[in-house]
Design a protein around this ligand. Structure first.
Ligand code: FAD
Length: 404
């Protein structure tokens, strides 16, 4: 089969690496580089990124690691130890695995029952679920902010339940050696070794549909005939590439309702470590910053010799980007009092370059109203899949649907 992949982000590259084993695959990428929001951005000797924090939510045993292995992409992912710490209101640090110790005695008693109930919860948001447990809410917001760029109030509890099950099944985070580029370079190598092509600086302007089936893509004014199209650009942007007459009314209505998740990343350079370990520092009691990591404990090559790369994340709480950035920078001063660091870069993510194309828990799956046109990437994540783990689960789902 002849397959076109629109976009060389992680979802597009994973799909291309898997499908190019048996099919004739061409990836079209509008930018002059592949990787989308999951690749390195070299700056002043540091390996910053186009999006991600160089972190893989379930480390070397998660859905992404398993899919990379299956497609033959050689990537070393190192589990973070400790997994994380939590900065308490009084400035003390506690292990993220023992956060229960810091709850009020009344809440602590109820945690085992609450945890069991959480795994089966199907309705409401995480904030609804935690009503009556005010000391749990900042922790939930910090987790949702760091892991999903969302708040407890806009994350469905059903998704949190699926995330908790995936944590039990797949384990805790890790860092790929070489950072995000370590992953996407390996995938691009597999695509090329399989005889596939990655055409950079090549935008797809339209998907040709005949009798409800995708039959081609339009590139630089030329129609390229294909048997199937995999789109890595989300459901909304994909729907703009084909004739509106194929948009089913129900699907079109859902597209107007789902929203991307937005966020701000602040990249710091420091000689002395700020976090002090490769796991996540959760910050539930700040005004904006949700969490911070310091990947150079695992891979020192991500910063110049003797330096650390530390990155904070905050979900976007208002439309006033400048004010949100100011609050984030103020938080960092309070989190690291007296520590020496410099701000390398502040990056904001929203609209067509967001944290997630569709906020976690509202993903729309891989199918579109057009036969032979599938969507992958965030916005088409698998259930309970945090960030790139969800992208990998979604690609697995697509591959199963593709075979049918
Ligand atoms: P994208 O990265 O969106 O790629 C789509 C590609 O399609 C782009 O390259 C784009 O240029 C191209 N394209 C668009 N339109 C066209 C067209 N018409 N023709 C051709 N090409 C086109 N996840 C983690 O697991 N761990 C983290 O630490 C982490 N941290 C994050 C921090 C931030 C600040 C952000 C923003 C995201 C983070 N994520 C993290 C999420 C992760 O980066 C994304 O989920 C993932 O990279 C999304 O990949 P994707 O496959 O959806 O494609």
């Amino acid at each position: 089969m002849k397959i076109a992949v629109i976009g060389a982000g992680l979802g597009g590259l994973l799909s291309a690496a898997a499908l190019s084993k048996e099919h004739d695959v061409t990836v079209y990428e509008q930018l002059d580089m592949y990787g989308g929001r999951f690749t390195n951005l070299p700056y002043k000797g540091f390996q910053l990124t186009t999006g991600a924090f160089h972190m893989i939510p379930h480390g070397p045993t998660g859905p992404l690691a398993l899919l990379l292995k299956d497609v033959g992409a050689d990537v070393e992912i190192v589990r973070s130890k400790p997994e994380g710490t939590v900065l308490m209101q009084d400035g003390k640090l506690v292990s993220a695995m023992n956060f229960v110790d810091v709850l009020s005695p009344a809440t602590k008693l109820k945690v085992p029952l609450l945890a069991m109930k959480a795994l089966g919860q199907k309705t409401g948001t995480a904030a609804d679920f935690l009503k009556g447990f005010p000391d749990m809410l900042p922790l939930a917001d910090s987790f949702c902010g760091w892991a999903l760029s969302a708040t407890a109030a806009n994350t469905p509890m059903e998704e949190i339940a699926a995330i908790l099950k995936n944590m039990q099944k797949y384990g805790m985070p890790g860092i790929p050696m070489g950072g995000c580029s370590g992953v996407v370079d390996a995938l691009a190598g597999v695509v090329e070794d399989n005889g596939g092509r990655i055409n950079l600086s090549t935008r797809v302007d339209a998907v040709k549909v005949e009798d409800g089936r995708a039959t081609g893509v339009s590139v630089a004014g030329q129609n390229v005939p294909v048997d199937a199209v995999i789109s890595n650009i989300g459901h909304q942007l994909t729907s703009k590439l084909y004739d509106r007459k194929y948009l089913e009314p129900k699907y079109a209505e859902v597209l107007t309702k789902v929203k991307p998740s937005a966020g701000i990343k602040i990249c710091l350079a420091a000689e002395e470590p700020l976090v002090g370990h490769p796991g996540v520092l959760f910050t539930p009691y700040t005004r904006r910053v949700n969490g911070i990591n310091e990947v150079t404990h695992t891979d020192p090559s991500l910063a110049p010799k003797g330096m650390h790369l530390t990155m904070s994340h905050q979900t976007l709480r208002s439309a006033d980007m400048q004010q949100e950035i100011k609050l984030g920078l103020e938080d960092l001063k309070k989190i690291f009092p007296g520590k020496k660091y410099s701000v390398l870069m502040v990056q904001s993510y929203k609209d067509d370059w967001p944290v997630n194309r569709i906020s976690s828990g509202y993903d729309l799956g891989n199918l579109t109203p057009v036969k032979g046109l599938f969507v992958v990437g965030d916005g088409a994540k698998g259930k309970g899949g945090i960030e790139v783990e969800g992208v990998a689960l979604g690609v697995r789902n697509m591959l199963e649907l593709f075979e049918k």
